[in-house]
Write a protein that binds this ligand. Structure first.
Ligand code: E4P
Length: 217
């Protein structure tokens, strides 16, 4: 399973890289705005900074909602670095753009996916990644993990190569459940990855070992 960090915050990306567990980064316009990035050239140079920090894929999202605009933005984004993946929303023009880009060998991440039908369309269009937003589904009292399960089954039935990138992850349990279900990738805030570390028995055990080590010093 690949671990992507879902942020545009450089310090957090650096921390995840230093942990040695990071396979990539996803961003979105809200995460860029949160970092105070303003203006097209600032956005592009921020992506460049992120791409320099990580070896793995970096999803950069288009903001156009028409086919031509998405393709123009995609051209600019892929010029930044080889590890850019163009993130495109699951709308009609987006499906067209994914299909066009994938026929040219340009990698895409189909975002804002909330149903199995949308995930099927993304795979048919040739998306490299599909991003079901499980936390936002949970937020409206449906079960985001059910969607992951459905997509895993559908993609396996037909051998689709699109990777399932479970997004909008809220906690470490989401990560382990996605791993059980066979999602290819999880993208999360750093806090969710760090949450995987926690176990009270680890803390108690370590305290005891350190205490006993003093006896052998
Ligand atoms: C995915 O690529 C999105 O950036 C992200 O996971 C959305 O998460 P949120 O629901 O926490 O905003």
């Amino acid at each position: 399973m690949k671990f992507f960090i879902d942020t545009a915050n450089i310090a957090q990306i650096e921390e995840a890289v230093a942990l040695g567990i990071l396979d990539g980064v996803t961003t979105n316009p809200s995460l860029m705005a949160k970092e105070g990035i303003k203006g097209k050239s600032a956005v592009l140079s921020h992506y460049r900074k992120i791409c320099d920090l990580v070896d793995g894929d970096v999803s950069a999202e288009v903001i156009s909602t028409d086919f031509e605009g998405m393709i123009d933005e995609a051209e600019e984004l892929i010029d930044i670095a080889d590890n850019i993946v163009v993130k495109i929303p699951m709308i009609k023009e987006g499906v067209k753009a994914i299909s066009h880009l994938s026929s040219r060998g340009i990698r895409t991440n189909c975002t804002l996916v909330f149903s199995a039908g949308q995930a099927l369309l993304a795979a048919k269009a040739g998306a490299t990644y599909v991003s079901p937003f499980i936390g936002r589904i949970d937020d409206v009292t449906w079960d985001g993990l059910d969607l992951i399960n459905q997509i895993v089954e559908i993609y396996a039935n037909y051998g689709f190569e699109t990777e399932i990138l479970a997004a909008s992850i809220r906690n470490p349990l989401h990560i382990t459940k996605c791993a059980e279900l066979g999602a290819d990738v999880v993208t999360c805030p750093l806090s969710a990855f760090l949450g995987l570390l926690k176990h009270p028995l680890t803390d108690i055990g370590l305290a005891k070992f350190l205490e006993d080590a003093k006896k052998t010093a």
